[in-house]
Design a protein around this ligand. Sequence first.
Ligand code: SGN
Ligand code: CA
Length: 545
Amino acid sequence: MNEKHLLYAVAGLSALAGATACDGPSGKNVSGKKLNIVYIMCDDHSYQTISCYDGRFIRTPNIDRLAQEGARFTNSFVANSLSGPSRACLLTGKHSHKNGFTNNEHGVFDGSQQTLPKLLQTGGYQTAMVGKWHLVSEPTGFDYWDILTGQGDYYNPVFIRNGERLVREGYSTDIVTDVALEWLDHRDPDKPFCLFLHHKAPHRSWMPDLQDLGLYDDVTFPLPETFYDDYESRKAAALQEMSIIADMNLIYDLKMADHENEFHTPDNPALESYGRDLYRRDLAPGELVAGRMNAAQQAAWDAYYDPIIRQFKEDYASGKLSGRALYEWKYQRYMHDYCRVIHSVDRNVGRVYDYLKEHGLLENTIVIYTSDQGFFMGEHGYFDKRYMYEESFRTPLVVRMPGKSRKIVRGGDIEAFVQNIDYAPTILEAAGLEIPEDIQGESFLPLLRGRHPADWRQSLYYHYYEYPAEHSVRRHYGVRTGRYSLMHFYNDIDEWELFDLQEDPQQLHNLYGQPGTEAVTDSLRKELVRLQLLYDDPIRAQNGF
Ligand code: SGN
Ligand code: CA
């Protein structure tokens, strides 16, 4: 136990001494009631845009409050930075090669396997899944499921509710929250519950709620230092199609279509026609059409965007917006919409908190807030995720523990390495249920209770598979320790990258093969092999090193 943890343990003991009752056994609160779990997960929410992680961009008071009343994990990671795979890790507590869902393109989740919700159900829990599911097969193990189809739409989205299709009018983040709270209203109050509340937001194409249009209009967001990264020494970093400059679409992503959808960029007409196809503005006014705005929504939308579009076209035609001016305009446009979408997420996190408080549930419910992965906010010039680079490998994680146990949780930071394969065992332990042997993650409940197991993991394993595919990020796997990250990009390339995160946190200098790095490379490769054996990843045998 290091000095800091000793301090926390002492703080925990004194909090205990001051309390009238002590923390109950796992899975129960002081009054002997089973703990409930509310697991809120966004899609593509960067830690950079949560103010308790990073104060540069926006304020997120409701997410921050969960951290202030609980804990903020400062080293939280995913196993495979992509939606479907992350969701499969959550459900199984296993790496992608074990749960079978390695990529979005071809993945169909095998719902017949052991999963967290099924284990919870067997243990007497009511389970619900509301919002983005993205695993293709029908959900299993849920008493109630009410999921967005595919990626889901921001406006008037289609849901499948226990097998039945329906369109709900309104804005996705609000509706998903409404449905989740309605389910809480109708649950059996005598049984504990685990609610998975999964937003589509802030996934591409970052469409804000109408009430948030105009928010941050007067803000100029700081350009990341690595926005104009030239990828020197990193071939695999250059080989992608997720550059704000080159790949972000003016119409689809940045909403610069006029009413005739006639805007063209002479340098990339193909990209713009793709954008036009995706940007769904061909409405049937008055009718409720899934994924499209109704007439009133469209009018409010146009009232905000039309002047921006006019100005943009003028500045583009006059040459005022070209080169770096255009690139930085794109960055600002992207950030404005993305941050507005987050504002609505944060407001809805507040609604969940208020509901739990008003219904006396806050003191008996663990509230988790996280994302399916991190996201690039212009670092290395990127949007999207997928890479094992820090911005997408990491994911935000804050956890508010309930009641008396909250008091013995040291408010503040937990620095230990956690990964999304840990959610299932953590939730099982919190529910007082057994953690099956074959689960690969570790319960981080002890960390939340102010303890730090001596044998806690010191390194993380990562494996990304989706290539060839959209954004063209090459397949890779790697290991990360407290100081270094080593990755191997394979398939149609064979490139290694090594970063010293202490000296080079922005990961600009690939040290692989540099004189003087032999010993550290060797020990990292050994650790990588150890993890591939531990997690039983067949790639090791295939790559034969
Ligand atoms: C969509 C997006 C991509 C994104 C993937 C995966 N394109 O295909 O930009 O990387 O989802 O995202 S879009 O044109 O359809 O918006 S994930 O979070 O679901 O894995
Ligand atoms: Ca995602």
